[in-house]
Design a protein. Sequence first.
Length: 135
Amino acid sequence: FITPKLQKRISSRLLIIVNIMVIALFYASLWAIPFLSVEWMVLAFSSFSFLFAGISIGLVNVIYGAAFMENINPDYMARISAITNALLVSTMPIGSLICSGLARFLPVTVILLVMGIMSILIGVAAVFVKEYRQL
């Protein structure tokens, strides 16, 4: 119920880019958790970080789902949806393999920081994607 209200005031393109950046900042901020010395600070920081990331992921999913329904020919929707889901699910073990391999050589905090920085770069690159202007 939040996304349609936001889309009346803010373009879908801007919503997607801002939410990608929020998610990226979430991943990048996780590296700071080991440096927090007080338990309540860790809980507060983690709670707010996961709350904002969850809201952002939800907003992106709603916008993506609506754009998918609006732009895909109904005759091909099942096929394209199946291919999309297969690609998304198949990347999870690949990401796990890469991260577990990196964890052998780097601290997890460094991996999270690098992942956050890479996500920020993806968010910046999304500004230049022509198809987002049509949303």
